[in-house]
Design a protein around this ligand. Structure first.
Ligand SMILES: [Zn+2]
Length: 145
């Protein structure tokens, strides 16, 4: 009998360990980035990104970190056909991302990363004058990162 195939998330789980808020990849690196054969950066799997025009970029600066909250997801506008919509992607980090439109999600993402990197404080974010639901989402994501 052929060996049972281990689900990719289980494989990633086995090769990663928590460390001070980071999720450290203990598997292979390729060009100094976490690498899982067939998938590329394991953070892509955790972020449910499977389109080649969508890139994931580490924002915490820890080379082996694959914590999804420490990644920025960049959807490139297809340059071949100007005006094509950007590839669709639903952020699995946000339970109710359906409540926010694309523009709001970008603002949320930006503020979350500012908080994680310590470039802004919660006070600063409050001063921006965003909707209450957006503020709650930003703080929830930044605190769980
Ligand atoms: Zn990290």
């Amino acid at each position: 009998m052929a060996p049972q195939k281990i689900p990719v998330r289980v494989r990633i789980d086995r090769l990663a360990r928590r460390d001070d808020g980071h999720l450290i990849w203990t598997g292979r690196l390729k060009r100094r980035r976490p690498y899982l054969k067939g998938f590329g950066n394991p953070a892509r799997v955790l972020l449910e990104v499977n389109h080649e025009a969508i890139q994931v970029r580490n924002t915490c600066g820890v080379e082996r970190c694959i914590e999804p909250h420490h990644y920025k997801v960049v959807r490139e506008k297809p340059f071949k056909y100007d005006g094509d919509p950007r590839p669709a992607w639903r952020d699995p980090r946000v339970h109710n991302s359906g409540h926010f439109n694309e523009c709001e999600l970008e603002v949320i993402d930006l503020e979350v990363h500012g908080l994680i990197k310590g470039e802004t404080t919660e006070e600063d974010v409050r001063a921006v004058g965003l909707k209450r639901e957006m503020l709650e989402e930003i703080f929830r994501r930044a605190r769980s990162a």
